[in-house]
Design a protein around this ligand. Structure first.
Ligand SMILES: Nc1ncnc2c1ncn2[C@@H]1O[C@H](COP(=O)(O)OP(=O)(O)O)[C@@H](O)[C@H]1O
Ligand SMILES: [Mg+2]
Length: 492
């Protein structure tokens, strides 16, 4: 017996008695003879292929690329007088095979409910990580070496990096911004393995995170003040957590609080942060060395972070702090680039501090007081709720005693009530913010309270989409009275 868990498009998720993990089934399409001919000879179907490719390359946004191609292919179908019930599928297949290079993975790449796609080799089912149902086995697989290699070659051409026996590891991104890792022999002795961390079409905003209960309204309002800095002095914040805990997502959501005029430089191994909404944003990406002997071309994150200091940023944001780049990031904070942020792989704020001051990061202990907050995330699984993520704690760095960094856990998640609660530790950062920004404690608390009300209102009204959310934060930054007037009108 199998139970249907969900069904959408050509996808059906089922739970099978003989398996502990859900099954993700993509239904096959029965192509007609005419459709098959097109698919066998795609390039002749799109005769002006090269010209179109050029136009596609010139479009920056993936949705626009897709829309543009859709129009052209649909016209072509009409022109050729092809009668088909599968117009959509045919259009997608042409895009996937001719332009995006997804091949077999097309349906999986288009499913916005998937977080990850994992290919472990030839004739092994592809696994996916579903937003609601977690790890699932699929009925999709590469049936022979040639087809898996075709995908690897196409990817390697797209990211302009070689992968093979001399360079068995490749990190890069696909055309839609998804992150991809390819490991081939000899590093992967069982044969090539591919992992794709999918890019989300509509990025999660702080309102989404509130609605999902990942963060509380009160904490979100506090972080709004901390990140925006009341236009005077933003705080330095690290987002910590395990892999897939939602660190990058929260960092992205927090960045939407940054005032529009600020110059932000982001530094990453593989581009993931998307701050297009900031006018003066420069993304930098590390350049891996081309092989064991050739370290000449390499640009490490450490070098990049140092370089940002010569770019006159207001803030430096490091996608993931892992190694020697931690030190220059703290130097950035030291020279007054307040509002610097990053993510770090660690399970709680104490461990974060330990990792920072030890090898390979090796940040000097006295520098640690430049960091104000560590926001820690955790991923949980529950049969009923499915997958869910919570801010599990917020640690405040309060000072150094002897050789020990003092941390106050100012917020904590309570498993029983599923609430993020204030602890009994006083928030010393509030005193600092008052001093920096010339506010009384009462005024600051009122400010946080008002922002909480605005966030609550947005959550209630479903104002969650990125551009709309940012518009409110901006208006509040530059003209708070306007926002408050609207708010009062809606909440008499
Ligand atoms: N709070 C959340 N609720 C639901 N899904 C989330 C949440 N945070 C992140 N995700 C999703 O989980 C996946 C991993 O998130 P990401 O931020 O990249 O994790 P990390 O940086 O910790 O490895 C992404 O697909 C993202 O869209
Ligand atoms: Mg991340």
């Amino acid at each position: 017996m199998s139970e249907v868990l969900a069904s959408y498009g050509r996808i059906q998720l089922t739970s099978e008695v003989d398996s502990n993990i859900p099954y993700y089934n993509v239904s096959e399409i029965n192509w007609t003879q005419q459709e098959k001919e097109i698919l066998d000879d795609l390039k002749s179907f799109i005769t002006e292929y090269k010209l179109i490719q050029k136009q596609v390359d010139a479009i920056r946004n993936i949705q626009e690329k897709e829309e543009f191609l859709k129009g052209i292919i649909e016209d072509r179908i009409k022109q050729k007088k092809i009668v088909t019930e599968n117009t959509n599928e045919l259009v997608n297949a042409v895009i996937d095979n001719l332009f995006f290079g997804y091949g077999k993975l097309g349906t999986l790449m288009r499913d916005d409910m998937l977080e990850e796609i994992m290919i472990n080799g030839v004739n092994i089912p592809i696994y996916v990580f579903h937003r609601k149902y977690g790890m699932c086995e699929t009925n999709v697989k590469y049936e022979d070496k040639t087809s898996i290699n075709e995908f690897i070659d196409a990817t390697s051409r797209f990211v302009e990096r070689e992968v093979g026996f001399d360079n068995p590891l490749l990190d890069g991104h696909l055309i839609d911004g998804s992150r991809i890792n390819i490991s081939t022999p000899p590093a992967a002795p069982h044969g090539p393995s591919i992992t794709i961390r999918k890019f989300r079409k509509s990025p999660l905003t702080i309102i989404d995170l509130i609605l999902k209960k990942t963060i509380s309204i009160e904490l979100a309002a506090f972080l709004w003040v901390a990140v925006e800095g009341l236009g005077i002095h933003p705080c330095n914040i690290l987002v910590a957590g395990g892999s897939g805990a939602g660190k990058t997502t929260l960092l992205n959501a927090l960045a939407m609080f940054i005032p529009e005029h600020e110059r932000v430089v982001t530094v990453e191994d593989t581009l993931e942060l998307n701050f297009e909404f900031l006018k003066n944003w420069v993304p930098l990406e590390g350049v891996p060395s081309l092989g064991k002997e050739d370290k000449g071309n390499e640009v490490t994150l450490e070098v990049l972070v140092e370089n940002t200091l010569r770019m006159r940023p207001d803030r430096v944001i490091a996608g993931e702090v892992r190694g020697r780049e931690a030190e220059p990031l703290f130097v950035a904070m030291d020279i007054g680039l307040n509002g610097s942020m990053g993510t770090i792989h660690s399970n709680n704020s104490k461990e974060t501090v330990t990792r920072l001051v030890n090898k390979p990061m090796d940040v000097a202990i006295r520098m640690l007081t430049l960091l104000q907050l560590v926001v820690v995330l955790n991923r949980h699984y529950d049969r009923e709720k499915g997958m869910y993520r919570r801010v599990s704690e917020v640690g405040e760095i309060t000072g150094i005693e002897g050789d020990v960094v003092q941390i106050g856990e100012i917020y904590q998640w309570d498993y029983k009530t599923d609430k993020i609660k204030r602890t009994e530790y006083p928030i010393l950062l509030k005193e600092k913010i008052c001093k920096w920004c010339g506010l009384s404690k009462k005024e600051l608390n009122k400010e946080i309270f008002i922002r909480g009300k605005i966030l609550e209102h947005m959550a209630k009204k479903g104002i969650r989409e990125r551009d709309k959310v940012i518009a409110v934060f901006r208006e509040y930054h530059y003209n708070p009275q306007m926002v408050l007037a609207k708010f009062r009108k809606d909440n008499p």
